[in-house]
Design a protein around this ligand. Structure first.
Ligand code: FPP
Length: 223
């Protein structure tokens, strides 16, 4: 196991199924998912996790129905607005994803501002780095990294370190544990470079049903 603090990553799946089982609209599932994430963020900090990275919104998620996309974006604004809680827990907010000035970027201004403000307002916190992958895709990240790494030196001279240095956030360490909820056993374009060597924990629980106890069961696979 790593001799640094641990990096745990989560694919938060099953918000829609959680809602359907209760006869609720999908949006209610995302609302509950945001609340579960606040619980897990606190639990991770308490367990001395150094980095928690979650898949909030993928480059593929824009094709969902407009009202659902709007709601998921609003949940991001809510999450990034939990500044008192994040500061109380000494959590530093971080973001990875398609740059806002890249052609094709669709992130609305209010989400950009919420992200920037959360990053700025928590910049001094040191207990845990909480990274939200928003408008994120692993292939897009790697394609961009390969382009940046090869520009000026020629593709034949690119080595893994240069790719690694050109990722959205080169300071993120490799993932130690990847958790995916809701019974799906796929990676879905998440942190393709960084999960090299990660252990993977799949649970049948939907994301809104995720608890600190389930998080502990996941962490136990590292023992
Ligand atoms: C999967 O549920 C979850 C997402 C599409 C990501 C959005 C996550 C949240 C809103 C939780 C809070 C997180 C943040 C960062 C605000 P799904 O809709 O794919 O569920 P289904 O597979 O059951 O339909």
């Amino acid at each position: 196991m790593a001799d640094r603090k641990l990096h745990v990553a989560c694919i938060m799946d099953g918000n829609g199924r959680w809602a359907r089982r209760r006869g609720l609209p999908r949006t209610a599932g995302h609302t509950a998912g945001e609340e579960a994430l606040a619980v897990i963020t606190r639990a991770a900090g308490d367990r001395n996790i150094g980095w928690l990275t979650v898949f909030g919104f993928s480059t593929e998620n824009w094709i969902r129905p407009r009202a659902e996309v709007r709601h998921i974006l609003a949940m991001h604004k809510k999450l990034f607005g939990r500044l008192d809680e994040l500061n109380e827990n000494d959590v530093r907010v971080n973001w990875i994803g398609r740059r806002f000035d890249e052609p094709g970027s669709r992130t609305p201004g209010y989400v950009q501002r919420a992200i920037k403000r959360a990053i700025d307002d928590t910049a001094g916190n040191t207990r845990m780095v909480f990274t939200v992958a928003f408008d994120y895709g692993g292939r897009a990240e790697l394609t961009r990294a390969a382009q940046l790494a090869s520009s000026g030196r020629g593709a034949a001279h690119v080595d893994p370190k240069q790719i690694s240095d050109a990722l959205y956030d080169p300071s993120l360490p490799d993932v130690d544990l990847l958790i995916r909820t809701s019974g799906e056993t796929r990676i879905s374009n998440f942190l393709l470079w960084q999960i090299n060597g990660a252990k993977v924990y799949f649970t049948e629980k939907t994301w809104p049903d995720m608890t600190a106890e389930e998080f502990d069961r996941a962490l136990a696979v590292l023992n």
